[in-house]
Design a protein around this ligand. Structure first.
Ligand SMILES: [Zn+2]
Length: 314
């Protein structure tokens, strides 16, 4: 079933302390695989698109792309026996947020975290007004998403990661529905040089103060088996490192309820696509070449649903 307001899914997860996967798509193939996985696990699921995905789907026109993606997601969500929401990941301006809201997205993220604090508050509060009028929920981010190395000083940490007291002020003044606190993850396939390390004390404080659903960005695990397969078939992604499953589980225990995943799906799909292109060199039907990649995405999503604890939570 298509869920018009992501808050419904996340409030339930917040109450019962489990995590819901939010998976990025650009196209039909990723969407089908994600929904199949959620149905097989009877898990709620959040599908998300970036602004770039909107432009891509609309062949340069992000408003059209938002409608194309929303139409696709709603079509597949309608008769699915699990709750499916559609979220705008990292909206940077009011134009993209409005395009998503008007296309029927279930929620939008407004990421003004690079702006000075007061400006972040002002922009976020404005989006919240528009979004709530359309029964759409809003995510915002506090702090900067960068990997934290061991040798970083306390003051550097404080300048980068979320400030729990600021989080309280931010939530009260903006009316935001869920919050992404920066606690040491970063985007992409190269998150950590040494061991993965997140600031759980900070996470616990933010949870205690805000009591709202919290979001983990840069949460891909960068699965070694797919990195290896991709490299075996010609990719060059040596040294890639993500957030291991036990750390994801801990994050959920301390209050993370929405876990964003993009890189893991990309790497799994591309590893299998590279293999298929190699193994079936006479094949000219792209659908046949995509299928192993779609199966890999399904497998990755199902595995993450188990890790996050959302199986059967419909
Ligand atoms: Zn993100």
């Amino acid at each position: 079933m298509y869920v018009k307001n992501t808050k419904e899914i996340l409030d339930k997860a917040n109450k019962d302390y489990y995590g819901v996967g939010a998976f990025n798509i650009n196209n039909l193939e990723f969407l089908q695989a994600i929904i199949e996985a959620a149905v097989e696990k009877m898990s709620p699921v959040i599908v998300e698109t970036s602004e770039g995905a909107m432009s891509y789907a609309g062949n340069g026109d992000f408003r059209r792309g938002a409608r194309v993606l929303a139409g696709m997601v709603m079509e597949f969500a309608e008769d699915a026996p699990v709750p499916v929401a559609l979220h705008l990941d990292h909206g940077h301006d009011i134009e993209h947020a409005m395009a998503a809201i008007q296309a029927g997205y279930s929620s939008v993220m407004i990421d003004a975290s690079a702006k000075p604090y007061e400006e972040n508050v002002k922009i976020t509060a404005e989006i919240v007004r528009f979004a709530h009028a359309a029964n759409t929920s809003v995510e915002a981010e506090l702090g900067k998403l960068v990997g934290i190395e061991d040798n970083v000083s306390v003051s550097e940490r404080d300048a980068t990661l979320v400030d729990p007291d600021e989080a309280k002020n931010f939530v009260e003044r903006t009316g935001v529905d869920f919050l992404a606190p920066a606690i040491g993850t970063s985007h992409g396939a190269f998150k950590f040089k040494g061991e993965a390390k997140l600031d759980f004390d900070r996470l616990k404080k933010v949870k205690q103060i805000t009591k709202m659903p919290l979001v983990l960005h840069g949460a891909s695990s960068v699965l070694p088996r797919y990195v290896k397969e991709a490299n075996d078939y010609g990719a060059k992604i040596e040294g890639a490192k993500g957030v291991p499953y036990d750390i994801l589980k801990e994050s959920v225990k301390y209050g993370i309820n929405k876990i964003n995943t993009d890189t893991d799906l990309r790497v799994a799909f591309l590893a299998e696509l590279r293999k298929a292109l190699h193994d079936d060199a006479s094949q000219i039907d792209p659908r046949k070449l995509f299928k192993p990649g779609m199966n890999a995405i399904k497998e990755v999503v199902m595995e993450r649903i188990d890790v996050l604890g959302s199986a059967g939570k419909c």
